[in-house]
Ligand binder design. Structure first.
Ligand code: ZN
Length: 256
């Protein structure tokens, strides 16, 4: 059994084909799905998916690219959702060109970290080209370890180790399977399996041999296979360990 720890099932073009997509995932052995939010308008959708299907778990949050949609109303809304969610996500920093101002992203990230911490919930972190600021903010906002995952981790082995030292798991997504992959392969090589979580980030970043297609949770097996190949172990071992880590992190799901 595998858990897709990051898939946007509420998004086009996945949402209209959801029954078919879940069926195909289930025949590939993927039968739990963590669905992060990206902005308040999407939260209703992911909550209603999680209410309708016990395999789906909601992780609402405001993505750094939507930092300007965070306000006191969103904070109250998120707080109200706490009893039925498994994490706050996806939150973080994205310093690619065209993203909201860094100061705004940082403030919105801090506010959501506080809510997650107060609620005892883990965080799903999105970080691009902002690792130094991210690690500094995590340190400032939390004296102890931070429960969470660095989703679709794109950094180096050294940064992965720093994240793990802060308590975080490392999310492995499609890029590890790509023919030109270097950094993600090194990360999987060097980081012990029990620190890794598997995710598709569907409908984006499909793994080989599905590049150019719409990504979907069934393709998670390609990522599990690649991790097994890199580590020289069986897919069953990868599935067993990563599923246990995912259950432990998003523990409210195993209670259900
Ligand atoms: Zn995502």
């Amino acid at each position: 059994m595998l858990i897709d720890t990051h898939c946007h099932l509420d998004y086009l073009p996945l949402s209209p084909r959801l029954p078919e997509i879940l069926m195909s995932a289930s025949s590939s052995g993927i039968d739990r799905f963590i669905v992060p939010g990206v902005e308040p308008q999407s939260w209703e959708r992911i909550i209603s998916l999680s209410r309708k299907d016990e395999r789906i778990f909601a992780a609402p949050g405001v993505h750094p690219m939507h930092a300007d949609r965070w306000n006191s109303e969103a904070a109250e809304f998120l707080q109200r959702l706490v009893p039925e969610i498994v994490a706050v996500g996806e939150i973080g920093l994205d310093y690619l060109d065209g993203m909201p101002p860094r100061e705004l992203q940082q403030a919105v990230f801090r506010a959501q970290l506080k809510i997650a911490k107060g609620a005892g919930l883990p965080v799903i972190i999105h970080c691009r080209k902002a690792f130094a600021d991210l690690l500094r903010i995590l340190l400032e906002e939390s004296a102890g370890p931070v429960q969470g995952v660095m989703h679709a981790f794109s950094g180096s082995v050294e940064i992965a180790r720093e994240c793990i030292a802060r308590g975080l798991k490392i999310g492995v997504a499609g890029p590890v399977t790509w023919n030109n992959a270097v950094k993600p392969v090194k990360v999987v090589q060097e980081i012990p399996l029990h620190h890794l979580l598997l995710e598709t980030d569907s409908p984006d970043i499909p793994p080989e041999p599905h590049r150019g297609e719409v990504n979907e949770p069934a393709f998670l097996v390609e990522i599990a296979r690649k991790v097994a190949e890199i580590k020289g172990i069986t897919v069953e071992e990868v599935a067993g360990v990563s599923t246990e880590s995912a259950k432990a992190l998003f523990s409210r799901q195993s209670a259900r």
